[in-house]
Write a protein that binds this ligand. Sequence first.
Ligand code: TRP
Length: 332
Amino acid sequence: MNRIFSGVQPSGNLHLGNYLGAIRNWVRLQGDYQCIFCMVDMHAITVWQDPAELRQKTREVAAGMLAAGVDPVKNILFNQSQVSAHAELAWVFNCVARIGWLNRMTQFKEKAGKNRENASVGLYAYPNLMAADILAYKATHVPVGEDQKQHLELARDIAQKFNNDYGVDFFPQPEPMIFGAATRVMSLRDGTKKMSKSDESEYSRINMTDDADAIALKFRKAKTDPEPLPESVEGLEGRPEAANLVGIYAALSDKGKADVLAEFGGRTFSEFKQALTDLAVSVMGPINQEMKRLLADPAHVDAILREGGRRADEIAAPIMQEIKEIVGFLRP
Ligand code: TRP
């Protein structure tokens, strides 16, 4: 049976880029697969997190997923630290993966920056924990963004080396499901930069918690160029802000960019921004309200995560038992 595992870092505000690039795709997968969706709080602490904030962000991300339509009964929604198999298997994988493999990980180099000596060991071993997340459930499919492809390849290498080293056919080779190229949402202030929770400017992103007024204001202030919208997709070349806004409209309306331009080509940005605002409010408004409702009742969100953790553990614990057997851990 196909099983999907995906993780999201509970380390910041969810924004339109997370929604269109990841969460919405997860919602669409849930009919066809058994999906396990995880708030990866253990990954989050590879860089410093304030404890109270981490707890709150974990709830917030869970609320965002629920509000966007993730069904926690059909699927499993939980936070990573509840299920001990993640940490246990990560240790085994620390001993399977080679230092040379981790040295090639581009995300570590980016995140550690110049001061690599001072990065946490956890940040270095991050990809091993991610492999453990996936393989503790023997997941076969992993929806991730383009930037996580290398980590997924490492997970495949780890699975294979484990199988070879121990002479077993135990772990599957998890397949990436890459979303996002089409729905890469860029900053509203700079169409060449990804929309990001860490951008200093609030005007660079639409948060999933933004209400209609905030959405309208941010689109009104969004950077554009002086030309009207082009008639064709080729006309977007060299116009990153125009391309981004058209891309957002296309994603929100589930149309192609060409269809959007067939409708809006030749029109001014002020007209287009008004239409974009109306569309964004109609899609994001109900999600935003549901998110607020959920966050007003944290005990309810916690109960959903607790039940998710229990069900996740039910799958992972027996797999972990087999792994311990294979590795030769004595169970006296
Ligand atoms: N590293 C992923 C990211 O930053 C999050 C993640 C952790 C993940 N574990 C995972 C994604 C397992 C997919 C599968 O986006």
